[in-house]
Design a protein. Structure first.
Length: 287
């Protein structure tokens, strides 16, 4: 019976999402970017690692849709591969935050007392080191690269999900069905797994989309300062860095990777906004 109710609830949520314009637009944009990234695994119009100086700084045309850069590389192909790298870094970094942060937050909410206080103070300590600063420290020790960017962004995501899951879990623990589960003899760990996490999943899903968009921005920022994805693989952030001295005579070098970042982040934010409206009845707008 409970499973039937859950299925019906999720069906209702899906119906609300499909009638939400923000969700639909965000899903279309995000889906297109993801498809482009997946396509780049198998095909790009040109080899992004091949330098063709004779084609340098060509403007957008039928041959080169987004033009070429100062090394003669096709910018459209670079944007495709850059999407793959940005999504991969953000996805793994957010995964680190969820896998570590959610158990820590729900554990603190279940234990309370000293454990809760110690975890929150540790979160405050981690928040004092933004992703960029963490990347500088990690790079100074291990050198620049996508892996270190993932670690830096992932570390920053851990306290975000820990705080969110802790706050959401604390609001659920006093409820009657939780008290009934405790009276039935269930341990706090079992209650957390069976009741707490499923009931905060909607909040976590929305936050994941938000952190995913922030992860893409962070990866672009780290690559811009040379701490992210390294050559010969292209990155949207490094493409912007290379274009900054050529804006007067080759603006297309900055326009297209810049638009890729803006459109991707916009799509993910719209998707998150639509999910929030669909998952939280108090925030659903009348359509």
């Amino acid at each position: 019976m409970n499973k039937d109710i859950e299925v019906e609830s999720w069906r209702h949520i899906l119906q609300n999402a499909l009638t939400n314009r923000s969700f639909l637009l965000g899903a279309i944009i995000s889906g297109a970017i993801i498809l482009m990234a997946l396509l780049s695994l198998f095909w790009t119009p040109y080899d992004v690692t091949k330098l063709v100086i004779v084609n340098r700084l060509k403007m957008p045309s039928a041959e080169f849709w987004f033009g070429t850069d100062h090394f003669g590389r096709d910018i459209f192909s670079m944007v495709m591969v850059g999407a793959r790298n940005s999504i991969a870094v953000a996805l793994v970094a957010v995964g680190i935050g969820v896998i570590i942060g959610v158990p820590l937050g729900t554990w603190a909410a279940a234990k309370r007392g000293f454990v809760d206080e110690a975890l929150m103070r540790f979160n405050d300590l981690v928040f004092a080191f933004p992703a960029l600063l963490s990347a500088v420290i990690i790079t100074a020790i291990f050198g620049p690269g996508a892996i270190n960017a993932i670690i830096a962004i992932g570390i920053f995501n851990i306290p975000v999900f820990a705080r969110l899951s802790r706050g959401a879990a604390l609001s659920i623990w006093p409820r009657e069905y939780i008290m009934a589960a405790r009276v039935a003899g269930k341990s706090r760990t079992r209650i957390t797994i069976e009741h707490i996490i499923p009931n905060i999943a909607n909040i976590l899903i929305v936050q994941i989309t938000i952190q995913f968009s922030l992860g893409i921005l962070a990866e672009a920022g780290l690559s811009y300062v040379g701490l992210g994805t390294q050559p010969p693989l292209p990155s949207w952030g490094r493409m912007l860095f290379e274009a900054q001295t050529m804006m007067s005579f080759a603006p297309h070098m900055a326009i297209f990777p810049g638009l890729a970042i803006v459109i991707t982040v916009l799509g993910l934010n719209l998707l998150g906004d639509g999910l929030r409206d669909a998952l939280d009845p108090r925030l659903r707008r009348s359509r």
